[in-house]
Write a protein that binds this ligand. Structure first.
Ligand code: ZN
Length: 792
């Protein structure tokens, strides 16, 4: 550090000393223990606890008393870290044991139907409904705890966390802490989560006990806020409740997508930032109004408690409140070397309370952003504003989003398989509006309780900064190269972290400071471990997976949030079930069966095995065939012209034409059933176009082209398993850069045929075949399609 700096800050001699990382081993160990515990066997968990306790205790005892050397301090901090790690491992072990005792795991393994008493523990999240299909049920996902079970003539009391998948009315309105009774079908979960089982319900809940007072008050406040903003334009109307309490219910779906692209989603989730902003405003106002020193922490506490009630006392909100407070404390600490300490304390305490956080991307992001802000922003702001051309507030407005996006990018890439190039720009542009929108929005919520008319007036004011945020989100999302694809696996994340670090060091050797090194290492180790434990399948950001179902078709399209559309199910229920399990698909709003042949529909039972299914659709010709099978919902007929919207997907049916006449004019030598296949063009919100062609043969292919539809696509599923019956013009018409073929290894039909493969390659398309490579995952965006494969 330069002498000039030391002279400028005479009260801060500590900046030359290494940062205060005494709690870093404890935080790292706690994170690791919480992460590993769920995948260890029970005995292994207790061995781990025992070994760590012995090591930690021995370490502390061996330390000479009164040592003051650096080495002594380091050894003490490591010994303490071992003990903290043991404590988190013990808490996790006890929690896992408690959750897995009782009857639920056994009943879930048997997929038993049971009479359940549930306590709702969080908000219902809608898996966006299938639009365009009458009879398709909207689907909701909500967390709950089973408190009582009646099954097989017995009754048990228990306390087991589950996920409820509801396809009935009455579930969306339930407030947390409500107790309900319902009959549901239990099933095992497919991912490593705190929830032990999935409960599928198809009937409304019967409420046994109303929610408690705090939840009712919070519910009333949120309802008051929603009604106060109801006169605003759609974008600000959706954004104000989102920014204030993370309530996204009123947000237009395309705004949600644009916010994702431009890296602004954190604004509409309850995060530490809400608390930080609120505290900053309250504390500044208090000082300005001349509050006494001892009153200031008290006021801060009141503000935090009020926020928790407003946003609902649930784990994610409490975590955000604690993290937000840690940032305020960290920034308030004079010595720079101590600024990370409150964050590290918070990490340790939160993991002791809830070891499952170690597996939460949200937690990793929140720690990274908070740490980066506390460690980097003060220095950057000071350095930038010391050059005269940047005023201090502008420097801070630039530094906060830059530090947070840089620290979070490696984790975000694991979730989205892309890097947002506009995130920093969008956040800088939105920054001036965030605090006014938050503070005015909180005012609206509070005033709405006792004076709704006045709240509407304030809501108009809150709508102005919110409208600006929406403009920024939409404008930035439309910029060319708003996002670039990036490998969404551990290697991709580490490369990005390294690239960011090198870039930052080159810019100004900032990352050389030990605090940031610790900050980057902690969550990356945890997240990297995810990838080691679960190898890189599916590739993050997959849009289409062609499952290796043997000789047949089984395709999965990502609809967002653990839900997927399944197009054909292959011949074997176990194969499609395995494929969907590996993809973590828990709800299927739509199963589309192209036609009634066994190699496309016989696996149907496997789709509904562990998952809620909203609707089953097929062509009119195949309706009876499908209805006779193991269908989880009454099949519905679709025809050319129908448009189905499911989550992030839009499916346009191109074939067959409505009515039987068009089909009767096709070549009678060909299979009528194959030629009646439903052909769909799938458009993702990212713009990726995927053409799925069922088993149509040459005369149907020609008729389809003649009907004037636009078959252009980025990816095509080649018709009829790549058989030789293809119309050459149809093969060339879609211009896809990737052609996928689903066929069984060594099948007796000779699929796919050599002539078809040659014809496809001559169009310039890459070809992938399930019989050669296993499952095929496709992602990316128009013009930048990627493909990965995975052999079981
Ligand atoms: Zn087939």
């Amino acid at each position: 550090m330069s002498r000039a700096r030391a002279e400028r800050c005479p009260h801060e001699p500590a900046i030359d000393r290494p940062a205060d990382l005494r709690l870093a081993p404890a935080a790292a160990g706690a994170w690791g223990a919480g992460f590993v515990a769920p995948v260890l066997p029970l005995g292994g968990r207790w061995w781990l606890v025992g070994a760590l306790t012995v090591l930690g205790t021995a370490g502390l005892r061996l330390l000479p008393a009164g040592g003051r050397s650096t080495r002594h301090a380091f050894a003490a901090s490591c010994a303490l870290g071992l003990l903290v790690t043991a404590a988190v491992a013990a808490v996790a072990t006890i929690g896992l044991a408690r959750a897995s005792t009782g009857p639920i795991p056994g009943l879930a393994a048997e997929r038993a139907v049971a009479d359940l008493e549930l306590r709702i523990t969080g908000d219902a999240r809608a898996v966006r409904a299938t639009v365009g299909l009458p009879g398709a049920a909207p689907m909701l996902v909500l967390p709950a705890v089973v408190e009582g079970v009646r099954a097989r003539g017995e009754r048990w009391s228990t306390s087991t966390p589950v996920v409820v998948l509801a396809t009935a009315s009455g579930w969306a309105e339930l407030l947390p802490s409500t107790r309900v009774q319902v009959i549901g079908r239990l099933g095992p979960t497919t991912r490593i989560t705190r929830e032990i089982a999935v409960v599928r319900v198809t009937q409304p809940p019967s409420v046994m006990l109303e929610p408690d007072l705090v939840q009712r008050v919070a519910g009333d406040i949120r309802a008051g806020l929603r009604s106060a903003v109801s006169d605003l334009a759609p974008d600000p109307r959706g954004l104000v409740p989102g920014v204030v309490v993370g309530d996204e219910r009123l947000m237009p779906p395309d705004l949600v997508t644009d916010a994702e692209t431009s890296g602004l989603t954190h604004l509409t989730a309850v995060s530490g930032a809400n608390v930080t902003i609120l505290l900053a405003v309250v504390l500044t106002a208090a000082r300005w109004l001349g509050a006494r020193a001892y009153a200031i922490p008290a006021l801060g506490l009141v503000a935090i408690v009020a926020f928790v009630v407003l946003a609902r006392p649930q784990p994610s909100v409490l975590r955000a409140a604690v993290m937000g407070a840690a940032v305020v404390v960290g920034l308030g600490v004079g010595a720079r070397r101590r600024r990370l300490a409150p964050i590290l304390v918070t990490v340790v305490v939160l993991l002791l309370v809830d070891p499952w956080l170690a597996r939460s991307y949200g937690f990793a992001l929140s720690v990274l952003a908070s740490g980066a802000i506390v460690v980097l922003v003060p220095g950057w702001t000071e350095r930038w504003s010391s050059r005269r051309w940047v005023p201090a507030p502008v420097a801070a407005a630039l530094a906060v989003p830059l530090a947070a996006s840089m620290a979070c990018a490696p984790v975000v890439v694991l979730l989205s398989a892309e890097v947002s190039l506009v995130a920093v720009l969008a956040n800088v542009l939105a920054a001036p509006a965030v605090a006014p929108a938050t503070v005015l929005g909180v005012l609206v919520a509070v005033i709405a309780v006792f004076w709704p008319a006045a709240a509407r007036v304030v809501a108009e004011l809150a709508g102005l900064p919110a409208a600006w945020i929406a403009v920024v989100a939409r404008w930035c999302a439309d910029l060319p190269y708003a996002t670039v694809p990036w490998p969404g696996d551990a290697r991709g994340a580490l490369t990005l972290a390294a690239a960011t670090a090198v870039g930052a060091v080159l810019a100004r050797r900032v990352l050389a400071s030990p605090p940031l090194a610790a900050l980057v290492v902690l969550p990356l180790v945890a997240v990297g471990a995810t990838q080691v434990v679960a190898p890189g399948w599916p590739s993050a950001g997959w849009r289409l997976v062609v499952c290796d179902v043997g000789q047949g078709d089984g395709l999965v399209l990502a609809a967002g949030g653990g839900s997927a559309v399944v197009v054909d199910t292959g011949p074997d229920p176990a194969a499609i079930d395995d494929c969907l399990d590996d993809l973590g698909v828990e709800h299927v709003p739509l199963v589309l069966l192209t036609h009634g042949h066994a190699d496309h529909i016989d696996g149907l039972g496997g789709v509904g095995l562990d998952r809620a299914v909203g609707a089953v659709a097929t062509g009119a010709v195949s309706l009876a065939e499908v209805a006779a099978g193991a269908t989880p919902a009454e099949p519905i007929a679709v025809a050319a012209g129908d448009v189905l919207e499911v989550g992030r997907l839009r499916l346009t049916v191109l074939w067959p034409p409505p009515g039987p006449t068009a089909l009767s004019r096709l070549d009678p030598e060909e299979s009528v059933e194959n030629n009646a296949s439903v052909v769909v063009l799938v458009e993702d919100v990212d713009g990726l176009r995927i053409l799925l062609t069922g088993d149509i043969e040459p005369s149907a292919q020609r008729a389809l082209l003649a009907s004037g539809v636009d078959p252009r696509s980025d990816v095509v599923k080649v018709a009829h398993h790549g058989s030789s019956y293809q119309d050459p013009k149809f093969l060339r018409s879609n211009g896809a850069s990737l052609a996928v073929i689903s066929a069984g290894a060594d099948n007796s039909y000779g699929h796919p045929s050599v002539t078809t493969l040659d014809a496809l390659r001559s169009t310039g398309a890459q070809v992938r075949r399930t019989d050669q490579v296993g499952d095929i995952a496709v992602g990316g965006s128009p013009g930048r399609v990627w493909v990965t494969t995975w052999a079981r």
